[in-house]
Write a protein that binds this ligand. Structure first.
Ligand code: ACM
Ligand code: ZN
Length: 536
């Protein structure tokens, strides 16, 4: 008994004396920091004895997230304190007026790492750089070379969209998607919540939207491009309660991400029409759509009850989502029903709308409807995003245009003086396949491989400085018609989200080989976090 006790004690002593392995970190991460100045001297060693010093509550959240990241990658968890010890600490502060918005200055010496963010988001991005710089394995210490890293993003709006209407993903998967965004320094989550194939947002004053609209009977099992369409017989259902959405808004805010909900009007509304048939021009009956592609049936703009419906829905949307911007869609809305609908035609007549060479009376009516909804939100201090179709309808200049059709296109709102978010379906649509041989992804002719996304230039060379200033950001979109599971959604998003992050963060000269090399470090994080991705 005694012998085995001494044997165990000796073994323990031997283990604890074994020097820990340490692997040098590399600040050349994705997205590439603006400036990395290696200052020489001894490196900082992140080890189980290192503590994180958080001066206020927002830094305490940052510190907790970083402790999680270190635990996942390095296998130990730094302790969080509010006061700095004499050495071996990472101190998080905000309020650095030298760093640009969401920027940071990170000073690494042998004794400490100090991250001075312009705000809590800036500090968080410094921590993301430290996280992504880790090169060792679980159990290794991390040697951060002495350096000053100075960094700030190029664009203030760095977005990614997830379509939870075509495919319902549980709230936990949505949170994982938000974690993926945080890893890529993305700060806007565009949440596509309503469409022809499903209504996913609980609206308490309109319960049928989820009782009926969140359920579709079946789903297209082959593709829209087949001669014969085949359907499964599996109901597809699901919606987010207001409590779940508020929780997701908080979860995102902790990661410095704003959730922007999209309620797409007046098209892509079949799930709402199935719930309340009186909102359509014909009165139905309507059914939540089982196939992909649009519908001729859209909200009837001549029907007073549609305006009351918009009031009810948007009031609750604004209560759930505190974001500056609310997305009102406006894409792919055929006006064929409106051309024949007596109520829509009466409204056109009452409003005195007339065809002209730029815009039909029906498209002007569409603009009227959008303006009605926008006014409701503007009165609450919000701003509106619309898909680029709304430019042609003469939408108000305060609307931010999400430019999706074509590489830049004649649709580019920049030339008409709108603020624009670039979300080109030639480069930034992550539902398109990454390679012809891939089995996951939409069966479209165009592929969007990683190098294509990486090569995209959101600022056209011919833009004037004024036009350049109108581009407030860049976004990648993940539509889910042909994406059957959240694992597949990850496969589609990664690693193209890394190329997106690079466009959003930096205008450093393009170097695809260098990017790919940096991506290898990021893929270690994908692996550690258990994310599915398309191998390089
Ligand atoms: C879109 O892809 N219809 C915006
Ligand atoms: Zn109508």
């Amino acid at each position: 008994m005694r012998i085995s006790y001494y044997f165990a004690a000796a073994l323990l002593a031997a283990v604890s004396c074994t020097p820990r392995n340490a692997v040098e970190a590399d600040y050349n991460v994705v997205p590439l920091p603006r400036q990395i100045e290696l200052t020489g001297g001894n490196a900082f060693r992140l080890s189980p004895g290192t503590c994180l010093v958080a001066a206020d509550s927002s830094q305490a959240v940052n510190a907790t997230l970083f402790a999680d990241y270190v635990e996942t990658l390095a296998g130990f968890r730094p302790e969080i304190k509010s006061e700095a010890p004499s050495d071996n600490y990472i101190r998080l502060t905000a309020g650095n007026t030298e760093a640009g918005p969401e920027g940071y200055v990170m000073t690494i010496t042998a004794d400490s790492i100090r991250i001075d963010g312009s705000d809590a988001a800036g500090t968080f991005y410094g921590l993301q750089t430290l996280r992504k710089a880790i090169r060792g394995s679980k159990g290794d210490d991390v040697l951060y070379p002495a350096a000053v890293v100075t960094d700030a993003p190029l664009f203030s709006y760095r977005g990614a969209e997830l379509d939870c209407a075509r495919r319902f993903f549980p709230a936990d998967s949505v949170k994982t998607f938000i974690d993926m965004l945080a890893l890529h320094n993305i700060n806007r989550f565009h949440w596509h919540l309503t469409d022809d194939q499903g209504w996913r947002i609980e609206i308490k004053s309109r319960p049928k939207l989820t009782e009926i609209g969140s359920k579709r009977r079946c789903t297209l099992a082959n593709t829209l491009f087949e001669d014969t369409l085949i359907y499964d017989t599996i109901p597809h259902c699901g919606f987010y309660t207001q409590e779940q959405m508020r929780d997701i808004v908080r979860y995102a805010a902790d990661r410095h991400i704003t959730v922007i909900p999209e309620i797409d009007i007046p098209g892509h509304m079949l799930a709402a029409l199935a719930s309340y048939p009186e909102l359509g021009c014909t009165g139905g009956p309507y059914e939540v759509m089982c196939r992909w592609g649009g519908s001729e049936d859209i909200l009837c703009a001549g029907n007073d009850s549609v305006y009351a419906f918009l009031d009810d829905v948007l009031d609750e949307v604004a209560e759930i989502f505190p974001s500056e911007y609310i997305h009102l869609g406006g894409d792919e809305a055929p006006v064929t029903r409106w051309e024949k609908c007596p109520k829509c035609q009466k409204k056109i007549h009452e409003l005195g709308l007339k065809d002209d060479e730029h815009c039909s009376a029906e498209h002007k009516l569409q603009n009227y409807l959008l303006a009605y909804a926008a006014d409701r939100l503007v009165a609450k201090g919000r701003k509106i995003i619309g898909w680029d179709e709304v430019v042609g309808n003469g939408v108000d200049k305060s609307t931010v245009i999400m430019a999706w059709r074509g590489p830049h296109g004649g649709y580019d709102g920049v030339y008409s003086g709108y603020k624009v978010i670039k979300a080109s379906n030639w480069y930034l649509y992550f539902d398109y396949k990454q390679a012809k041989e891939d089995s996951i992804g939409a069966p479209y002719d165009r592929m969007i491989p990683l190098d294509s996304t990486y090569a995209y230039t959101p600022i056209r060379p011919e833009y004037t400085p004024e036009q350049t200033a109108l581009v407030i950001g860049v976004q990648g979109n993940l539509w889910t018609e042909y994406i059957k599971s959240f694992r597949d959604a990850q496969y589609m998003a990664l690693p193209r989200m890394a190329a997106l992050a690079e466009l959003q963060w930096t205008d450093a000269p393009k170097d695809f080989d260098g990017f790919k090399k940096r991506l290898e470090g990021l893929i270690k994080v994908y692996d550690a976090e258990g994310y599915n991705y398309r191998p390089l």
